[in-house]
Design a protein around this ligand. Structure first.
Ligand SMILES: [Ca+2]
Ligand SMILES: [Ca+2]
Ligand SMILES: [Ca+2]
Ligand SMILES: [Ca+2]
Length: 439
């Protein structure tokens, strides 16, 4: 009865009023209907969603209704109410990449341009940058140990992924039940219709096709197939789960970020790669990442591109103090902190290549982008190789503390990175071998 009444009023509100801000409330599941009933007077466009870590209501309200929000927060049926903040990608620049070069090992045509994997000192894409040989992910040495494992799943939570890109198509996660299932039917009963490669929380459909390129670029850094064409990912074998919550202009809401993390948990990913930031401290995002931690999932996040000291001014989600969060800064081909990269002796964990990085974009093409957005998937992939190696050698999984300590303590310090993060730059081979001398 109440529900019908609330819905009717809702549609009226939606039609006649323009509300000034969007909010997100975590509600006691048993009293969700009460929230909807009580809220109808002041709020509009109320949408509910459930996650493994609670029930949420998204709604729009006037600034002046803030008092009412706190009134609701005080009621025993609301755990908290906060701004439905905006998160976004923050790419520094992009350059079209045209010429092809000679063939290297691996045999991918553009591999010789991937200084991040193998820095020859002269293959930096930036003509002004002085590259330094060996300042890279040390990929070839690491590949002597493992190139990944096709059982390992990494979620790229971003603008979507072009799962038809020739360099990505073989390393996309496939939800078999949906792939062989019926269109318009949730064949595997996970609550999401037709989610073959992931999900799109911007348009609420099962097709997470990228409409920007940023997510496709991040996915290529992790997982571009080792073949004769294009580039090589740091992992040769892995499954990328495409989760879209950032729109075509690169922004998305707190509520959709929370839904994305919950979905990644449902799919059972091992690592979430997050090249986005913004917002403030959001309890709902904290709760989502904490729930992922409880499931044993690593959450790798970009430190940000505002040359900011994150110790002093936190940047979320990278700065959340949760064990599974790994915060990543960007370095250039000379081993220096990229001029845009945020830093923090306590709150940034590690640096990785993030300046003039060549990877896949829409239309089967390749471009170079710069940003902590690019350094982040390199770290996700290095950790993916570590987990793949562990899958094939040990029974028991390392704890987050062990993984993070190992990542930091096996990294290589560069004078210019000193005091800018807990560690230096990632060395994938040393990470796999657990070589800790130095720093
Ligand atoms: Ca489904
Ligand atoms: Ca289906
Ligand atoms: Ca879509
Ligand atoms: Ca390739």
């Amino acid at each position: 009865m109440k529900k019908t009444c609330a819905l009717l009023l809702l549609s009226c509100f939606f039609a006649v009023t323009a509300f000034s801000a969007s909010f997100l409330a975590k509600v006691d599941p048993e009293h969700k209907d009460w929230f909807l009933y009580e809220g109808q007077e002041n709020f509009a466009n109320m949408r509910t969603f459930s996650t493994s870590f609670g029930e949420f209501v998204e709604f729009d309200a006037y600034e002046e209704s803030v008092d009412d929000l706190y009134y609701h927060e005080a009621m025993d049926y609301t755990e908290y109410v906060e701004r439905n903040d905006f998160y976004f990608i923050d790419p520094i620049d992009e350059d079209p990449f045209e010429s092809l070069d000679s063939v290297y090992t691996p045999e991918d045509e553009l591999y010789s341009r991937q200084w991040a994997l193998k820095n020859t000192g002269t293959n930096a894409l930036d003509v002004d940058a002085e590259g330094r040989a060996g300042v890279d992910m040390n990929a070839e040495m690491a590949w002597g140990i493992t190139r990944g494992d096709s059982r390992l799943k990494i979620a790229v939570i971003d603008t979507g992924v072009d799962y038809n890109h020739p360099d990505l198509v073989d390393n996309m996660w496939i939800n078999e039940a949906e792939f062989h299932g019926e269109e318009g039917v949730d064949d595997d009963g996970n609550g999401f219709v037709d989610d073959i490669h992931g999900y799109d929380f911007v348009h609420n459909d099962g097709d997470p096709m990228d409409d920007h390129s940023h997510g496709t670029h991040c996915a290529g850094i992790i997982a571009a197939t080792h073949d004769q064409t294009g580039i090589a990912g740091l992992m040769g074998d892995v499954q990328i789960v495409a989760i879209k919550f950032l729109g075509r202009r690169g922004g998305g809401s707190l509520a959709d970020a929370v839904k994305s993390i919950d979905y990644a948990m449902k799919v059972g990913v091992h690592i979430m790669s997050n090249s986005w930031g913004g917002g403030g401290f959001n309890q709902a995002l904290y709760d989502a990442i904490f729930a992922a931690k409880e499931k044993g999932i690593l959450f790798v996040a970009a430190a940000g591109n505002s040359n900011n000291n994150n110790d002093k001014r936190p940047s979320y989600p990278a700065t959340y103090d949760i064990e599974n969060v790994i915060s990543v800064g960007a370095m250039d081909s000379s081993g220096k902190r990229a001029s845009f990269s945020s830093y923090g002796a306590k709150t940034v964990d590690i640096f990785a290549p993030g300046a003039k990085i060549l990877s896949s974009v829409l239309g089967g093409k390749y471009k170079s982008y710069s940003g902590t957005s690019m350094a982040t998937p390199y770290v996700s992939a290095a950790l993916g190789l570590l987990l793949a190696m562990e899958m094939n050698t040990f029974e028991s999984l390392m704890s987050f503390g062990e993984i993070k300590d190992r990542l930091i303590e096996t990294s290589i310090m560069e004078p210019n990175l000193e005091g800018r993060a807990r560690g230096g730059r990632v060395d994938t081979y040393r990470l796999l071998m657990d070589e800790r001398e130095g720093l």
